[in-house]
Design a binder for this molecule. Sequence first.
Ligand code: AMP
Ligand code: MG
Length: 335
Amino acid sequence: MKHKLLALTLALTAVLTAAGCAGKPEKTNESFAAMDTFMQLDVYGDKAAAGQIRERITALESLLSSTDADACICRLNAAGSATVDEVTADVLAQSLALCESTDGALDITVYPLIKEWGFISKDYHVPAQERLDALLPLTDYRAVRQNGCSVTLPKGAEIDLGAVAKGYAADEAVKILDDSVCKSAILNLGGTVVAYGGKTGGEPWKVGVANPQNSADYIGYVSVKDKIIATSGSYERCFEENGTVYSHIINPQTGVPVSNGIESVTIIADNGMRSDGLSTALFVMGLEKAQAYHRAHGGFDYVILTDDGKAHVTPGIADSFTLSDNSTYDVSVSS
Ligand code: AMP
Ligand code: MG
């Protein structure tokens, strides 16, 4: 899996970085593993910010991980109730609001199902229906009780912030950049990209949309400034059993990995939690519901790739989306 992530990262950066002529602000970069993925920070014009972002992300990981026994979320899952720190409380409150807004397509209580399918142990397998039937009642974000920092879960329920943590990290990184003298940065947090400002010459950043058939390649790119771009793809962390490929995104209604013709959802928004949460949620919804959600809520753009070879884009991003010359996708602008 790691080499896949690395390949994805390299593909993205291949499109992204093309700055740095004489007289331009100096680049500081950091590359590191965090949140079960690979992160690459390129910050221009400020020497300290990249290091500060790295430290902040590492600190967030030690709060939000479901697998690190010392992490706040892991301790909450084990104990069933806890007084959490203010950052964790903020992430939980924002996550639960997104679960509500997406009518449970995003459901942060999906962790028992994620474990059952082997996505944590890497012992991937299709569970018996009785196991899914037993675990489905535990998957219900509405049963999580949060009163500020006081959080209680129903017996057996467990939280997984994997769908939103990189988005929260992106928002925290933007705060650090806002407090710095940096005017230009491109951060790739394991596929959640912060395009801060524009390139040092003022042009927009070009952020690649991965090719689902070969995620080291890209099918096109969006030209953006000051946006956070998150992608959820069926090709990430998937496994195959008896000729069927199972993705790491679970439909909370059925307990089964989503298989609905969507190959990937890329969300472009001003806010990282929104980008990351909605990339997962719209993937679960399927194309028609995702389009309806956008019409009803707005405030973001998408590129949705479907297995019939279409790249569905919102009108707001249509002019900023460019297909690669060798891409076989047809662009369809959603109404
Ligand atoms: P992302 O790559 O942002 O789409 O997040 C996928 C991760 O979120 C998975 O690896 C799971 O840990 C978790 N997840 C899977 N399905 C869901 C879901 N329906 N709601 C919330 N989290 C999910
Ligand atoms: Mg997500």
